[in-house]
Design a protein around this ligand. Sequence first.
Ligand SMILES: NC(=O)c1ccc[n+]([C@@H]2O[C@H](COP(=O)([O-])OP(=O)(O)OC[C@H]3O[C@@H](n4cnc5c(N)ncnc54)[C@H](O)[C@@H]3O)[C@@H](O)[C@H]2O)c1
Length: 463
Amino acid sequence: MKVCVVGTGYVGLTTSVCLAYLGHDVTCIDLDERKIDTLRAGHTPIYEPFIDQLLEQVAARLTFTTDYAVGVPGADVVFIAVQTPQLGNGSPDLQYLRAAAESVAQHLAGGLTVVVNKSTVPIGSGNWVDAILREAYERHHGHRPDGQFAVASNPEFLREGNALHDTLYPDRIVIGSDNQASLDVLSQLYRGILNQSFTPPTSLPRPAALGAVPLVSTDLASAELVKYAANAFLALKISYINEIAAIAGAVGADVAEVARGTGLDARIGSRFLQPGVGWGGSCFGKDTAALVATAAEYNLAMPIVNAAREVNQRQRTRVVDRLLDELRIIKGRKIGLLGLAFKPDTDDLRDSPAIDIATLLLERGARISLHDPVAADRFQREQPDLAAHLTHRIEDVFDDADAVVVVTDWSQYLDLDWDKFLPSMRCPLVLDGRHCLSADRLTELGYRYLTLTGPAIPPRSNA
Ligand SMILES: NC(=O)c1ccc[n+]([C@@H]2O[C@H](COP(=O)([O-])OP(=O)(O)OC[C@H]3O[C@@H](n4cnc5c(N)ncnc54)[C@H](O)[C@@H]3O)[C@@H](O)[C@H]2O)c1
């Protein structure tokens, strides 16, 4: 099929590369000339495991452009995958979506084009985009569109860091439209994924147990709501275990064991039951806020989702409280933060807990040293005003530090030579913000080990 993808960010680029891998011809449009130049040169503007190799493999079926006239006319499907960041009132900013839809409408030509909202957009956006397309089409072409397009929703569930895997081997594909022909086009577009008929890329083997992928083919509003319902549920699962972690600390229980014992119940499942500094990233915060904002328009409260949001925010201040408990005075202390990305295997810094934690500690007069194996350069570009010391050398984070906090559970930190760095610290305190390190190993080495809950574990030699 001839496909056009508007927006070459984390979602748009992943979608494009995977659809090209399935054999479709894909034109990627972005207004950001720097991104398009980078992509044309064969590089990716984002960090995502294996995307470079796959991009190279399917380059012949991919076109990168800033010009809508190259990609939209004659396309069977146009995906809109632009950003929908959060506004002050919690609802998403739809200006990028509007601009993209208007540009698409101007260039629609040929038979039916299915215009797909892949961006996460509030319930009702399908109708809204339909109206924008109609108006812009009429304005530009001087007549009403006649079967030129139909709008569909195809929410995206990929996890950054596993984006290609999640796209090629998804748990399900959800499509929604009030137009049956567009649902048929989308089922056909995804046929290779739905029946897993493609040869897997060598770097991304197919999971052994995976058979056919379920398709949820539904109406527009239902598809739009699935995305919010799913993200809110995942977010509250994380907040739930963090709330349990607090009581585990108070009663002297081991939250890791509690999480394991709870998650092994097949009705609950163990994923997203990892206690720590909480969620971040471009989706959970924004999407839960949007769900609450949409509900408010219908005079509905969402107390469960709101509570999940509160607990998540509290986890960030809890890092500071825990350091205060241990160090008593924060002013003048040097605190090292390991990890800036909101989770491992991505360079995405949107709503990253590390930024809030660094800001809170700086406000209290701490000196902050920051490290991230991948997101450091992006951090320098996006946070030029944060008065912290960014370093590419992990030893700088430990040197003369009063505490080191693991904020992102990058595998590099798990496998660190922790004994090598201990002697250079002023105070050998480690706050494991992700419950990802071995308390036994660290205390054996001489560290004082702390999590967000429960008492600190002193070094073995002093115990
Ligand atoms: N990142 C994720 O993990 C993820 C997962 C699921 C859903 N989503 C949703 O997908 C959407 C996209 O997210 P993302 O992380 O890929 O965003 P992003 O910011 O990485 O990418 C958006 C891209 O769209 C481009 N763009 C903006 N306006 C444009 C226009 N008018 N024409 C052409 N290009 C334009 C931007 O330059 C940018 O490159 C959001 O709604 C997000 O909530 C994201």
